[in-house]
Design a protein around this ligand. Structure first.
Ligand code: AMP
Length: 277
């Protein structure tokens, strides 16, 4: 497996890899969620490239960039076991040299939900993903449904800008008790861990209500909020029942609905979602 830190080296290795090339962008500290994307990419492509880059521009000033968990050695071992062809793990100044002055931005859908809580976040994501696509030149790129809005934004960027990449969105991988796997789960103290299942429990409540015929989005939001508030450690950022394309909040569910939420469990901010319909 090639472990690559510079852009020219990545471009050279790319030329030698059999096509089609699948690409899995990550911020590292890999878990089964990431590995599920790698396996899907392996199934569908002749070569697989994984990037590990904790992208500073997608973190707000008061967010966890500095303490974001990192384990390059462990990650490389896991990716080697999966038969990945190349790992691209650049330093920040390789991606953002001193004179860097460009931005890629999707407007509208990036102002809602996560974008509303984390201003500038998606501009950081689309800029770095665009750069990574240009550097790696993948035929297909793999993203997790766990970050539903991110997948929607990337799809929109690729469509709007006619990028020659197929975006594949893969299902959310969960712990046995339903907690969505996330690198940030390592922040959860033992006393937070049980409370953290409230995100999944509230999504399952939404799903049950929908299955029982409830189509009023506000009723579903209210019931979710009521359940989450039973957890003392939980603080809600948002609970949303929205159109999966526009991310506009729904009144009545007619087609599909993206039910998503962001909740702080003590100091750890977690997100999760399900699709209804
Ligand atoms: P991250 O390292 O958190 O930026 O995630 C890299 C990719 O893995 C993103 O496309 C995420 O949506 C995806 N991912 C993260 N957690 C999960 C999960 N539990 N299940 C499926 N995909 C995931």
């Amino acid at each position: 497996m090639n472990i690559i830190e510079t852009i020219p080296q990545m471009q050279e290795v790319r030329k030698t890899l059999p096509e089609p090339v699948g690409f899995v962008p990550t911020m590292g500290y890999l878990h089964e969620g990431h590995i599920s994307l790698v396996r899907k990419a392996k199934e569908e492509n002749a070569s697989v490239i994984v990037s590990i880059f904790v992208n500073p521009t997608q973190f707000g000033h008061n967010e966890d960039f500095e303490k974001y968990p990192r384990d390059m050695e462990g990650d490389i071992e896991l990716l080697e076991e999966e038969g990945v062809d190349a790992v691209f793990a650049p330093e920040a100044d390789e991606i953002y040299p001193k004179d860097f002055s460009s931005r890629v931005e999707v407007i509208g859908i990036t102002q809602k939900l996560e974008g509303n809580c984390r201003p500038g976040h998606f501009r950081g994501v689309t800029t770095v993903v665009n750069k990574l696509f240009n550097i790696v030149g993948p035929d297909r790129a793999y993203f997790g449904q766990k970050d539903a809005q991110q997948a929607i934004v990337i799809n929109k960027m690729v469509k709007d800008l006619n990028m020659n990449v197929d975006v594949v969105t893969c299902p959310t991988i969960r712990e046995e008790d339903g907690l969505a796997m996330s690198s940030r789960n390592v922040y959860l103290k033992p006393e937070d861990r049980q409370s953290a299942t409230v995100l999944y429990r509230s999504l399952m409540l939404a799903n049950d209500l929908y299955e029982q015929g409830e189509r009023n989005a506000e009723t579903i939001r209210e019931e979710m909020v009521r359940l989450i508030k039973t957890e003392e450690l939980a603080r809600i950022d948002y609970v949303s029942v929205a159109d999966p394309l526009t991310l506009d909040e729904l009144n009545e569910i007619q087609g599909k609905a993206l039910v998503s939420l962001a909740v702080k469990i003590y100091k750890t901010r977690l997100i999760d979602n399900v699709i209804l319909g």
